[in-house]
Each structure stands twice: as C-alpha cells, then as structure tokens.
Design a protein around this ligand. Structure first.
Ligand SMILES: CC(C)(COP(=O)(O)OP(=O)(O)OC[C@H]1O[C@@H](n2cnc3c(N)ncnc32)[C@H](O)[C@@H]1OP(=O)(O)O)[C@@H](O)C(=O)NCCC(=O)NCCS
Length: 157
C-alpha cells in the first residue's frame, strides 16, 4: 500500500481532531476516569492541535493514503529540570492509525518521522508513554527500539 508521511497543514486539523477523538475513546476503555470528555472538548482539542502545528518546539505529521488522512503523530520537545546537561527530549504526545490501516507499517513510518524530527533538533532521546494494558502499542515500540525507562506510579486519591 502506497502512503506518504508529511508535515501536517493547518487544513488537516479537523481530520486529526476526528482521529484524536477516536484515540480518546480507545484509551477510555483502559482509564474511564481520566478520558471522559469535558463539554467543550472539541474546541480545546482543536486549539491544542493548532498550537502544536504552529509551535517552534512541536510538530504534527500525518499519514496520507489516496488524499485521505489515515494516521497522525503529535510531537513536542519535552523539557526536564533545566539543571541537567541534556535537559530536553523529543516526545510523542499522541499517535493514532485508523483501524482499517493498522499492521501495514503506517505507525512505524510515523515514528520514523518522529525520530528524524528529534535528530534534526539534536535531541538525545525520543520518548513515548504507553498504557500498561496497551500490549499492541507496547510490542511495536519495543520492536522499534524503545526501551522501558522509568515507571510512573499512581495511587487513587
Ligand atoms: C499503536 C498503533 C499506532 C500502531 O500503528 P500501526 O500502523 O498498526 O503500526 P505498524 O503497522 O507499523 O506496526 C504494527 C505491526 O505490524 C507489523 N507490520 C509493519 N509493517 C507491516 C506490513 N507491511 N505488513 C504486515 N505487518 C506489518 C509491525 O511489525 C508490527 O508488528 P508487531 O505488532 O509484531 O510489533 C495503532 O495500532 C493504533 O493507532 N492503535 C490505537 C491507538 C493507540 O494505541 N495509540 C498509541 C497510544 S500510546
């Protein structure tokens, strides 16, 4: 299947938004408490996507097949405590591939674009969060060379 990966244009915001909402529905299964929508979620989400596209330290890429967006990735430069020599890393804020286009290499190519973006910016690492129950994504990331780095722990309040 011939698809292309390119930097997202402003006109892609609605398609990314639709995919983002699908992703949120997907994640809600794992974490119903967090992923419930606010009333004005679409507006907030749209603004976030545009901010990421415009930002000097962020980027959005889309996968396109026959003129239609079939996946996207949102990237940010994540700043750690500014006392360290390497105080930033490239970070995947969200990533999604439409169901009917999964297991065809689209996610791998989106992550390739993320790696290139991070390297161009001379960032030392590419990071990604994955839910402990999202085995499919975890397996893909591991196969591509991501390694567990730290565990975020939570308690119920
Ligand atoms: C996780 C996700 C982004 C992966 O996207 P994808 O396009 O399916 O990823 P790929 O096709 O590159 O890789 C998936 C598998 O297909 C395999 N694959 C890659 N290209 C292939 C091809 N041409 N033919 C057959 N299989 C292929 C990969 O090796 C990988 O195998 P693995 O599961 O054994 O590691 C996608 O499943 C998704 O959107 N899931 C729901 C949302 C989600 O979990 N997002 C991530 C949150 S952290």
């Amino acid at each position: 299947m011939e698809f292309t990966i390119r930097k997202a244009a402003f006109s892609d915001a609605e398609a990314i938004l639709e995919e983002g909402l699908e992703l949120t529905k997907f994640l809600k299964i794992y974490d119903p408490q967090i992923y419930g929508f606010k009333e004005n979620y679409a507006g907030i989400y749209r603004n976030l996507i545009r901010k990421i596209m415009r930002g000097k330290k962020s980027a959005a890429f889309v996968a396109v097949y026959e003129g239609k967006i079939i996946g996207h990735i949102l990237l940010v430069e994540k700043r750690h405590f500014p006392i360290y020599q390497k105080d930033s890393e490239a970070f995947v804020e969200e990533m999604f591939v439409a169901k009917q286009f999964r297991n065809l290499g689209v996610g791998t190519k989106l992550l390739d674009a993320a790696k290139k973006w991070g390297k161009t910016r001379k960032l030392p690492f590419l990071g990604i969060n994955v839910h402990t129950k999202n085995n499919k994504a975890f397996k893909l990331y591991r196969n591509l060379g991501f390694r567990e780095h730290h565990f975020e722990m939570r308690m119920k309040l």
